[in-house]
Design a protein around this ligand. Structure first.
Ligand code: ATP
Ligand code: MG
Length: 283
C-alpha cells in the first residue's frame, strides 16, 4: 500500500486534501485519524506537521508527501521532487528596516539575520561570499529588527503585508516556493505505477484550474477571426448550426482573460456565449 504524508493542519492542509479529493481519492474519517485509508485508491494518508514530511519521505516511512519546496530545501534530505502542485506559493526573502540604505548582498557582512531557515540562508550567503550571523528563531521572526535584536530577517513572504506592518522592506528574493510532491528515491516498480497514476490525475486537475469552457454561436465567415481570439488545445471545435451561415464554436480559455476574450468575440459577431466551469483536463 502506498503511503502519502500531508500536513495535518496549516496552510497546505486544505489544498492537499482538496487535490486528493479532486483526483478522485476518497479518504475515510480523515478528520479524526493520524493514518487514514482511501476507499477507492490503493493509498493511505499520514497526517504530519510539515517539518516532519521531508524526513518521513526520505526514510521511506511514507513513500510520497506534499510539502513546501522551502521545507524540502531547508532540510536538504535525499528525496525526489516529483511534481509542482500549483498552490502554497511564497518566497523566501531577505528584508530590512525600511530606511536602511541597501547596496546589495554585501550589506549583510557582519550583520545578524533572524530566520527559521538557517540552512538556506547560510547556503545563499556562502554563494554570495558574505559572512553574516544567523539567529535561528522558530516564530515571529519579523518583529526582531524593531525590537533591536537583529539587523534583518530572512523569512517567508507571500503578499508582503507582514513586512509592511513591521516597517520592513524586501531586498532580496532568494527562493521561490510552492507545494511539491516528493517521493522516496528508488521506490519499487509496483509503488511507482500507483504514483504515476496519481501524478497523472493531479496534473489533469491542476491543468484545469483557472480555466473555463466557453461556447458560442458565431457567423461562419467570422470563424477565422474567432480562432485568433481563442486558440485551443489543438484547435477550437466548430460545428455547423441548423441555420445556414452560423456555427457553434467551443474552446477552453484562461479565466483571467475571459472578459477580454468575450469583448473581442462580441466585436466579431459572436452571440449566445456560455462560460462553463472545467473540472478535469486531459491533454
Ligand atoms: P506545521 O504546524 O505543520 O509545522 P507551519 O506553521 O510550520 O505548520 P504553515 O504556516 O502552515 O506552516 O505553512 C506551511 C507552508 O505553506 C510553508 O512552509 C510554505 O511552503 C507555505 N506558505 C505559503 N504562503 C505562506 C505564508 N504567507 N506564510 C507561511 N507559509 C506559507
Ligand atoms: Mg512547520
Amino acid at each position: 500500500m502506498l503511503r502519502i504524508a500531508i500536513q495535518t493542519k496549516g496552510r497546505l492542509n486544505e489544498d492537499s486534501t482538496e487535490l486528493l479529493s479532486d483526483a478522485g481519492v476518497k479518504i475515510k474519517d480523515s478528520k479524526r485519524k493520524f493514518l487514514a485509508q482511501a476507499e477507492n485508491f490503493p493509498i493511505e494518508v499520514l497526517y504530519l506537521r510539515d517539518d516532519d514530511i521531508p524526513q518521513t519521505v526520505a526514510s521511506g516511512l511514507a513513500d510520497i508527501g506534499i510539502v513546501g519546496l522551502n521545507e524540502v530545501e531547508e532540510k536538504g534530505l535525499k528525496v525526489d521532487v516529483l511534481q509542482k502542485l500549483g498552490f502554497g506559493g511564497c518566497r523566501l526573502s531577505l528584508a530590512l528596516p525600511k530606511d536602511e540604505p541597501y547596496n546589495g548582498p554585501q550589506y549583510f557582512a557582519g550583520k545578524t539575520i533572524a530566520t527559521s531557515y538557517p540552512n538556506i540562508l547560510r547556503r545563499y550567503m556562502a554563494e554570495q561570499g558574505v559572512d553574516c550571523k544567523v539567529a535561528e528563531i522558530s516564530g515571529s521572526v519579523e518583529i526582531t529588527p524593531a525590537a533591536g535584536l537583529t539587523d534583518a530577517i530572512f523569512d517567508i513572504v507571500s503578499s508582503g503585508g507582514t513586512l509592511v506592518s513591521n516597517g520592513l522592506v524586501e531586498v532580496e528574493k532568494v527562493l521561490f516556493s510552492e507545494a511539491v510532491l516528493i517521493g522516496t528515491p528508488g521506490m519499487s516498480a509496483e509503488k511507482k505505477a500507483v504514483v504515476d497514476e496519481l501524478m497523472f490525475r493531479f496534473e489533469s486537475v491542476i491543468d484545469s484550474r483557472g480555466k473555463k469552457y466557453i461556447l458560442m454561436n458565431i457567423p461562419t465567415d467570422a470563424v477565422d477571426k474567432a480562432v485568433q481570439v481563442i486558440p485551443a488545445m489543438r484547435s477550437p471545435t466548430i460545428m455547423p448550426l441548423a441555420q445556414e451561415g452560423w456555427c457553434s464554436m467551443h474552446s477552453v480559455v484562461e479565466e483571467k482573460d475571459i472578459w477580454d476574450k468575450i469583448k473581442a468575440l462580441k466585436e466579431i459577431g459572436a452571440e449566445g456565449i456560455l462560460v462553463l466551469s472545467l473540472e478535469k483536463m486531459i491533454r
